[in-house]
Design a protein around this ligand. Sequence first.
Ligand SMILES: O=C(O)c1ccccc1N[C@@H]1O[C@H](COP(=O)(O)O)[C@@H](O)[C@H]1O
Length: 224
Amino acid sequence: MPDGPGPVRVKICGLTRAGDLAAAARLGAAYAGFVFFPPSPRNLSMDAAAALAAGAPPGIAKVGLVVDPDDALIDALADRVALDMLQLHGHETPERVAAIRARSGLPVMKAIGVADAADLKAIDLYSRVADQLLIDAKPPRDAALPGGNALSFDWRLIQNRRWSLPWMLAGGLTPDNVADAIRLTGARQVDVSSGVERARGVKDESLIASFIAAATGTAAPVFR
Ligand SMILES: O=C(O)c1ccccc1N[C@@H]1O[C@H](COP(=O)(O)O)[C@@H](O)[C@H]1O
């Protein structure tokens, strides 16, 4: 998995509609993210997520995004939704990450919020217990959501840094800035939500196409 050569892998997060999921897969996304966090405009009910995941095209990895989940939510997801990975986007401790991984039987990706160099210390801590890391902008104190806020961090903080496990870059990525972000950070995986939306929580197929083309260095299909 993807720290070396090969095309950059893209995760489209916050998918809520089967048509957007199908488009993301067709356009080459490697991962589809489903949000289980009621305050989010991208939140899915268990029934909606189960149906979306069951109808997902083969080959796209389905990631369940949760925020400080309790055991009941982990058990319900493991039982009812055909997921390939969990994304932990709250204040889960390393011990809790390990416990969720064991309980769910799924690989876990831990989100690390970055605002300054001190925040990077968490990376070593979580590298011992997670399967992947997601390096995201740290949300401001008054933010309604712990992620998905279209905010970037200073990518120079992670320039020339390498870690022992696969990681994704996230936070405020768009079709216009993702190529620069990849060049500067060396990321081989990128994650986007707001940057491919035409309104908050509403994905746009042509933005998904432009984002994947910009991230992978391919030509975007023309939409009429
Ligand atoms: O997208 C959400 O609604 C969300 C809610 C709670 C936690 C994380 C969320 N999204 C994740 O945040 C990052 C950055 O998103 P954006 O591209 O800046 O909008 C991304 O990993 C999303 O998966």
